[in-house]
Design a protein around this ligand. Structure first.
Ligand code: THU
Length: 136
């Protein structure tokens, strides 16, 4: 199995664990890091709707907890007939830890796939490179 296929499989395995009682739209995300480790996340909603968090944010939190900060590839799967793209906020969150050439594969519930780079999803991004004096 290819690295991409196994990353999609991890995202799909996580997806049913999503806590999405309000939207009923379950999302699973998986991140492979430069070390080859895989971190997954799901969306976690809240009765105070804006407090919910996306699957990608959960996977990023798990990655950081794992001591890693270099994203090599991302996979996202959602309850949609079309491949589910990361929301705007998640594009920014991913870009913090991924260069513009990193690939994001999005998958629908029917298995339809779309792969785009982080740079295509978020052109002209504001990144840590803009504030090097603040990075340790
Ligand atoms: N959602 C994600 O978790 N990731 C995405 O890429 C798109 C949207 C979640 C947020 C919310 O819980 C639900 O999907 C509906 O917007």
């Amino acid at each position: 199995m290819s690295l991409r296929a196994s990353l999609l499989e991890e995202a799909a395995k996580a997806q049913p664990k999503a806590y999405a009682p309000y939207s009923k739209f379950r999302v699973g995300a998986a991140i492979r890091t430069a070390s080859g480790a895989v971190y997954t996340g799901v969306n976690v909603e809240n009765a105070a709707y804006p407090e919910g968090t996306c699957a990608e944010a959960g996977a990023i939190a798990a990655m950081v907890l794992g001591g890693e900060t270099e994203i090599a590839e991302v996979a996202v799967i959602g309850d949609s007939d079309e491949p589910v793209p990361p929301c705007g906020g998640c594009r920014q969150k991913i870009r913090e830890f991924a260069g513009p050439d990193v690939k994001v594969t999005m998958m629908s519930r029917t298995g339809k796939e779309l792969t785009m780079t982080v740079g295509e999803l978020l052109p002209g991004a504001f990144t840590p490179d803009h504030m090097p004096e603040h990075m340790e």
